[in-house]
Design a protein around this ligand. Structure first.
Ligand SMILES: Nc1ncnc2c1ncn2[C@@H]1O[C@H](COP(=O)(O)OP(=O)(O)OP(=O)(O)O)[C@@H](O)[C@H]1O
Length: 233
């Protein structure tokens, strides 16, 4: 099976000079195409830092970080922007634009895809909202949607471009248990349909069963990365 993410001997530091602080230590991780991997670990252990490095949202300084076949360690800002076109992001606070409707928010997910016409963008965005069960909410503003519905808009926005990789940081935080379950089931089924790889950070024990594998971060180190942690479905 093809490897979607390969992290080797990755270190990461915040700050400069005397304030320089190492937050990731010799991270090694391989994720196969189509695999759903959940990363858990205590607050401050470095999960978000690793996720944003994999997502090309900050640049890696040392080691190797290959994502969808491209080396991100040492990549230029332009290369990172180009790489990000192939990734979808889902964050805790869903980051929807309050002044845009659900449809307009989802269309933002196609912003970097200039090969599509305006009509194609609209059609794809509507289809995606229908897939997440919000076909009757396309013209609603975020204020008029529940927490779970907002998160579904965020998922639609992340997946509308059919990314090969989805990165999610606490996608179920702030959701009740039913909405949280719906959201991860939706991510799982859409990912399976689109054949995409998912790396998901969570503290939510209720959703661990969607993972093919669970890895655990502690004090900037990946503690487990073995098939022994494979979750049985
Ligand atoms: N921009 C920054 N500048 C300096 N230090 C930072 C910065 N962002 C995070 N850190 C530090 O890096 C370490 C790892 O933080 P990170 O956010 O990756 O942890 P986390 O495991 O995602 O935590 P949480 O579960 O609370 O989100 C922490 O010690 C944090 O204080």
């Amino acid at each position: 099976m093809a490897i979607a993410i390969s992290v080797q001997n990755l270190d990461y530091y915040f700050g400069q000079g005397q304030l320089r602080k190492q937050v990731l230590f010799d991270i090694n991780l391989e994720i196969d195409t189509g695999e759903i991997v959940i990363m858990t670990g205590p607050s401050g252990s470095g999960k978000t830092t690793l996720l944003t490095l994999v997502g090309g949202l900050r640049s890696a300084q040392s080691g190797s970080l290959r994502v969808l076949g491209q080396e991100l360690c040492g990549a230029t800002a332009q290369q990172l922007t180009q790489a990000r076109k192939h990734y979808g992001y889902i964050f805790q606070a869903h980051n929807l634009h309050g002044s845009l409707t659900a449809l307009q928010n989802v269309k933002m997910g196609l912003e970097l895809h200039r090969e599509l016409s305006a009509a194609q963008m609209k059609a794809r965005s509507i289809a995606m909202l229908e897939q997440v069960g919000l076909g009757d909410r396309i013209d609603y503003y975020p204020d008029g949607l529940s927490g779970g519905q907002k998160q579904r808009v965020a998922i639609a926005r992340a997946l509308v471009s059919h990314p090969k990789l989805v990165l999610a940081d606490e996608p179920t935080a702030a959701l009740d248990s039913k909405s949280g379950r719906d959201v991860v089931n939706l991510m799982q089924s859409l990912a399976q349909e689109q054949g995409c790889t998912i790396l998901l950070v969570t503290h939510d024990n209720r959703i661990l069963d969607v993972a093919d594998r669970i890895v655990h971060m502690e004090d900037g180190k990946l503690k487990r990365n073995s098939t022994a942690m494979t979750v049985s479905h």
